[in-house]
Design a protein around this ligand. Structure first.
Ligand code: 26A
Length: 342
């Protein structure tokens, strides 16, 4: 695509290769991991990736939460609608990501780091749980200079989706997109990503909050937000309402807060519109679920494809739930090919 193409949605975050294998309590215990969580790897986790590859028949799959969302949104939108920015290494893992992007029709502008390898996410599956342990490596080397060099495309894009995981990487780039969105009245979307983001990255998260036109997360992220902000509640509709009504920079858009809860209803609150509403999820048989990795990313892909299509909230939720159900039937954060139509 030429540099003056107008994308409907630009996504920014960490492009990761998922190394996904079957696990058990012993391996979770060995590495000190919870059954259902996402964390940044420490020194003691560095042998996990080889362990998964050598002993656990691991699959190598395109991952990175916002990159999954970007592929998902592109799945539902006309060709050349979505572009993704992030940083990878010059290696064969980056080639795997590029192949997946190509198949999905997702445009990317990667920064290629000279020294670091492409980031890896070890995904340990136990039943319907997944434990994720990320070695960001090159993904941690995203630089605002890359955004500036690729500003032509970014400036033209009509909406921005930033994965909250990027708050650990490059806050200036996030704020540059956020300010651009507010200035030009474009939607700025932030996902809460994982419980550790509101817990340990509260300050940069709160710095971006006034710019959120949409904020999305699951129930564990919402309760982590509530705890770190002393809301004294774990009631999801109450937290959604709180998020929707935080002070806002761009007064031309009402903020929408979306909280997914696995098989429990999806909750949405709109700024100034009273209590949150909820929608039951599309039922899917337990035996049909291959794994839950990336279901939330898929929901976001479907939901925000709907937003850029100008759909109402009912339809966006429905489209998000539909795409999540598709992803649940695939291995890893993937979507069915040949394509199914919504
Ligand atoms: C900074 N961290 C921890 C992360 C991630 C991440 N994506 C970006 N940054 N930790 C896990 N993921 C991705 O989440 C997806 C499932 O929702 C994994 O790569 C996986 O594809």
């Amino acid at each position: 695509m030429s540099a003056d193409h107008t994308y409907e949605l630009l996504c920014l975050e960490n492009p990761l290769l998922d190394i996904q294998g079957q696990g058990d309590d012993a391996v979770l215990q060995q590495y000190g991991l919870k059954a259902n969580d996402a964390i940044l790897a420490e020194e003691k986790h560095m042998t996990l990736y080889e362990e998964l590859i050598q002993n656990r028949n691991a699959k190598l799959l395109a991952g990175g939460a916002a990159q999954n969302t970007a592929r998902g949104a592109q799945y539902l939108l006309p060709a050349d609608s979505v572009v993704f920015y992030g940083c990878v290494g010059k290696d064969k893992y980056a080639d795997i990501l590029q192949d997946a992007n190509k198949q999905a029709g997702l445009a990317v502008r990667y920064r290629y780091d000279e020294e670091q390898a492409t980031g890896r996410c070890g995904v340990i599956i136990t039943g319907h749980n997944r434990s994720m342990c990320t070695d960001l490596a090159a993904a941690n080397c995203y630089k605002i200079e890359h955004l500036e060099e690729n500003w032509g495309i970014a400036e033209k894009a009509k909406a921005y989706f930033v994965g909250g995981y990027h708050l650990t990487v490059c806050v200036p780039a996030i704020l540059k997109l956020a300010e651009e969105a507010a200035k030009k009245n474009k939607p700025f979307i932030l996902s809460l990503s994982a419980p550790f983001i509101p817990q340990f990255f509260k300050e940069p998260l709160d710095q971006t909050a006034p710019y959120w036109d949409y904020v999305i997360g699951n129930e564990t992220e919402a309760t982590s937000y509530a705890d770190s902000h002393d809301l004294n509640t774990h009631d999801i509709p109450t937290i959604a309402k709180h998020l929707a009504n935080l002070p806002k920079e761009n007064k031309q858009r009402k903020r929408v807060a979306i909280i997914t809860q696995g098989t429990d209803p999806t909750v949405v609150a709109v700024q100034g519109e009273g209590d949150a509403k909820s929608w039951p999820v599309h039922p899917i048989g337990k035996e049909e679920i291959v794994d839950t990795t990336g279901a939330g990313d898929a929901f976001a892909g479907g939901f925000f494809a709907g937003v850029v299509q100008g759909k109402d909230i009912d339809s966006c939720v429905d489209q998000g739930q539909w795409l999540a159900a598709q992803s649940l039937r695939e291995l890893g954060p993937s979507y069915p090919f040949p394509k199914k139509t919504y």
